[in-house]
Design a protein around this ligand. Structure first.
Ligand SMILES: Cc1ncc(C[n+]2csc(CCOP(=O)(O)OP(=O)(O)O)c2C)c(N)n1
Length: 625
């Protein structure tokens, strides 16, 4: 196997052109095999095999820096930069990250996971390089989806101003996770279909032929000129106007052409954008057919492409999609907004049922929030569904554009809590903290699907901004009767006088499990479903504190500024003493990748962890009393 001879990019440079094609085939097989076992971003990686080979063939990593946007497509890069033997551990606990990580390799120039950062980061690296008097090249590899993000456009704008030798490789497969949307995408599509070229040709020809005498020979000359410029200068006029030399579009699966192009542009001293056309999912029949499903996929059967363990209970995202569709049937004000995550957030069914009430705004979370604020000023009820980790991008917009104006925007905060294999860039562990302190905003978390439905029903009727957070994964089996939701009121699920477990959302059922085990150990626990992180159920806290000597709060969020902090703040501000409070949640650190169940156990927020913490809390404070 050629692949086994490549331990660093310098080994790659020893291969002959025909060997590079063999290597590409081997890499494809390796990636398909590994992702079928571990899950991961298959389609995006299969699309950049030849491109990655060419980049490492021409540039000299780690001296030259390659910055991968989003970073989900860096598997080939990992395989070529000394991580082949560890590749089978990708996305596993203790294994290789599914994204570039500076801590993992000197070849990873910048950590990524969130979209649209590569151009800004690369520009910063270039400016830092020049200030230090260093000499190397910097290449940002960005997809057409990631280019729809405002941050990428801000970077392009600045790059055109700085006029440094930034190289941007635009990997255009016409797909974000689902087909890419927006005017930029349409523009690039026109480049690909040759509309620019055809229009240019027609207009120039008729203009020239209209000139008496000289016209005809000039038109002939122009024909020759056209052949030279075809596909080179004119199609990328937008990028040219932004200060980039545009090269392309070129076939992103032709290694020779890619290498040749990279060699030509490498010496350039001004911003250059190479438009590379790739096929997402290339080389595996199932991912070519359905690149959206194989964008980020769980383990699957190699022969059939069908996902292993994909069936069964409904996910929270799917439950949300159904709930919103039902509510929208009754209430014409409801509009759904997604930032390039229609499938991930469960909004496919809504989009099908109400195509004219669904917006995919591209990978543009801040815009999604402000756009929704605008809709809300017109009496509509926008529901903007964004993963907790990506909503971080919209923080100021939530404050300035939504809450300051008390606008009734509903935030469906998906993937709130531990997300798992995608690691620290994707965990949704901050939203309680970054939402809780915003005036006017109501923050809720359901324990199961029935409660989720009631909460969204409540949110639509509530006249101001509301955020509802729920985790990744399946909705739990729950036979609990769901009370009506009323503003700032919690739900007491179980009474006990030794300790009170006050839990938020996904931690409520584990708290109940813990309480049952505590009962067997002779400890009587109350279990309270907080329901509202904000406004806090002050009456409940006051009443619990007067009856029970110990409180444990449980949340799948960082402890700093979280729900437990809110409880302590309330007790302190109200000068309520005599009750001991312990907070369970995630400490002050970014937590590693791994299986969500295993991470919940490690951080003590599963049933077992809550049980053990409660037991020792009771014992500690009984003996020391
Ligand atoms: C800020 C942010 N929002 C959403 C996502 C989720 N996401 C990951 S990849 C992706 C699509 C990227 O499309 P593109 O850049 O064209 O890359 P491709 O996978 O098509 O190669 C999205 C929306 C993200 N990583 N970051």
């Amino acid at each position: 196997m050629l692949m086994e001879t490549i331990n660093s990019p310098s080994d790659l440079k020893k291969l002959r052109p025909e060997e590079l094609r063999t290597l590409a085939a081997e890499l494809r097989t390796e990636i398909i095999r590994t992702v079928s076992a571990n899950g991961g971003h298959l389609a995006s990686n299969l699309g950049v095999i030849e491109l990655t080979i060419a980049l490492h063939y021409v540039f000299n990593s780690p001296e030259d820096k390659i910055v991968w946007d989003v970073g989900h497509q860096a598997y080939v890069h990992k395989l070529l930069t000394g991580r082949r033997e560890a590749f089978h551990t990708i996305r596993r606990e203790g294994g290789l990250s599914g994204f570039p990580k500076r801590e993992e390799s000197v070849h990873d120039a910048f950590n990524t996971g969130h979209s649209s950062t590569s151009i800004s980061a690369s520009l910063g690296i270039i400016e830092g390089r020049d200030r230090n008097g260093e000499q190397f090249k910097v290449v940002a590899v960005i997809g057409d989806g990631a280019l729809t993000g405002g941050l990428a456009l801000e970077g392009l704008n600045h790059a055109g101003h700085l006029k440094k030798d930034l190289i941007v490789i635009l990997n255009d497969n016409e797909m974000s996770i689902s087909p890419n949307v927006g005017a930029l995408s349409a523009y690039m599509n026109r480049i690909l279909t040759g509309e620019f070229y055809r229009r240019f040709k027609k207009e120039t020809k008729s203009f020239l032929e209209g000139i008496p005498k000289l016209g005809a020979p000039m038109a002939k000359m122009a024909q020759k000129f056209e052949d030279t410029v075809k596909g080179l200068v004119l199609p990328g006029i937008l990028f040219e106007e932004l200060g980039f030399d545009y090269v392309g579009p070129i076939d992103g699966h032709n290694v020779d052409l890619l290498i040749d192009t990279m060699k030509r542009i490498r010496p350039s001293s001004s911003p250059t954008l190479v438009h590379v056309i790739t096929k997402k999912g290339k080389g595996y029949e199932f991912s070519e057919k359905d690149p959206c499903v194989f964008h980020g996929v769980g383990p699957f059967e190699l022969e059939t492409g069908s996902q292993i363990g994909g069936k069964g209970a409904v996910s929270y995202s799917a439950a949300f999609g159904r709930i919103l569709s039902e509510l929208a049937e009754e209430d014409r004000r409801i509009i759904a907004v997604s930032a390039a995550m229609k499938e991930g957030t469960g909004l496919e069914c809504f989009a099908e049922r109400f195509p004219d009430r669904f917006y995919d705004v591209g990978i543009a979370e801040p815009h999604a929030v402000t756009f929704s604020a605008g809709l809300a000023t017109r009496g509509l009820r926008p529901v903007v569904a964004i993963y907790s980790t990506f909503l971080q991008r919209g923080y100021d917009e939530i404050i300035h554009d939504v809450c300051l104006q008390k606008l009734p925007v509903i935030f469906a905060v998906d993937r709130a809590g531990i997300v798992g294999e995608d690691g620290p860039t994707h965990n949704g562990l901050f939203d309680i903290s970054y939402l809780r302190h915003i005036p006017e905003l109501v923050v809720m978390a359901p324990k199961d699907a029935a409660e989720m439905k009631k909460m969204f029903g409540f949110a639509v009727q509530h006249g101001g901004p509301v955020a509802i957070r729920y985790p990744r994964g399946k909705v739990p089996e729950s036979t609990l009767v769901c009370e009506e939701v009323s503003l700032g009121r919690s739900e007491t699920l179980r009474e006990g006088e030794d300790i009170a477990l006050i839990a938020v959302g996904s931690c409520v059922l584990p708290a109940l499990t813990a309480a049952e085990r505590l009962e067997k150990a002779g400890v009587h626990a109350s279990v309270i479903n907080a329901r509202f992180v904000k406004p806090l159920d002050a009456e409940m806290i006051r009443s619990v504190a007067s009856r029970v000597p110990r409180i444990i709060t449980v949340e799948e969020n960082v402890l700093q500024g979280g729900f437990g902090s809110a409880v302590i703040e309330y007790l302190s501000d109200s000068e309520i003493g005599g009750v001991k409070v312990k907070r369970l949640g995630i400490g002050d650190k970014f937590i590693e990748q791994g299986k969500p169940e295993s991470l919940r156990a490690r951080y003590g927020i599963d049933g077992e962890g809550i049980f053990l913490a409660a037991l020792s809390f009771v014992r500690e404070h009984t003996f020391s009393a």
